[in-house]
Unconditional design. Structure first.
Length: 260
């Protein structure tokens, strides 16, 4: 009898942290179902080269139909690891943003993520085993002037992850929240933030960030902040007045604040 490899579902896997998380899953013996709103052919080829069986879902996980498409691909199989990484940002002042874009950020980062977790998390609980990794952010620890909606969604994810972890503490299912800082991905381009200080500044390597999150998930840890600088920033946020944090974030994210 051939032993079945464990199955991991990775969202937002076309690039950046999600791509690197999928790679780590393949390198550590998982077969994969990967999902993103962009083409996944290159990611699929890379993962197959690492010996993994791979299925892909290209769809908008901000929508119920997009998540249902992913769930249909999973079918009745047990998911050993769910790495819910899909998400995107949105720069500029809140009142200057298009509301359809605002809603898409909320529906991707929060609604779609929670729906997917609700469906697959129940299966994990019923089978008394499984690992969940949520990509939160240290952005969720501070008011995000000129990035208010994104930071608000990450505050939700950061908080939600600990609540869910507590609810599942005796179930055999672990919940881990990865909290990166600025990472060298397509995030800032897609969020129209290339003319900001944070958009132009030094960023972390997504491969390093993913490794930090994957290893924490495998250890069953509650949360992990990647990098010493980000850990210091997270610690400072816990004792700094919210009004001060908002002003500090403005300096990083206000359009036209890049130093080029």
């Amino acid at each position: 009898m051939v032993d079945l490899r464990p199955l991991a579902v990775v969202t937002g896997a076309s690039s950046g942290i999600g791509y690197e998380l999928a790679k780590l899953c393949a390198q550590n013996g998982f077969d994969l179902i990967i999902a993103a709103d962009r083409p996944l052919a290159e990611t699929e080829q890379m993962l197959r080269g690492l010996g993994a069986s791979v299925e892909t879902v290209q769809g908008d996980l901000a929508t119920t139909d997009g998540v249902d498409q992913l769930l249909a691909t999973v079918g009745g199989r047990h998911v050993d690891a769910l790495l819910a990484n899909a998400g995107h940002g949105l720069g500029h002042a809140f009142l200057d943003q298009d509301f359809a874009a605002i809603r898409h950020v909320i529906d991707t980062n929060v609604t779609g993520t929670v729906y997917l977790l609700h469906q697959l998390g129940r299966r994990m609980r019923d089978q008394e085993r499984g690992r969940i990794l949520l990509t939160g952010s240290i952005a969720g620890l501070m008011p995000g002037s000129f990035q208010a909606v994104y930071n608000g969604t990450k505050a939700f994810i950061d908080s939600f992850s600990f609540a869910l972890r507590d609810e599942l503490k005796d179930s055999g299912v672990t919940v881990t929240c990865l909290m990166p800082g600025a990472t060298d991905t397509e995030f800032f381009e897609r969020a129209d933030m290339l003319d900001t200080k944070v958009g132009q500044g030094k960023k972390d390597d997504p491969a390093d960030v993913a490794k930090t999150g994957f290893e924490a998930m495998m250890r069953g840890e509650g949360d992990i902040v990647h990098g010493l600088k980000n850990k210091m920033q997270a610690a400072a946020a816990a004792v700094t007045p919210q009004s001060v944090l908002a002003g500090q974030h403005r300096k990083m994210a206000e359009p036209g604040t890049d130093e080029t």
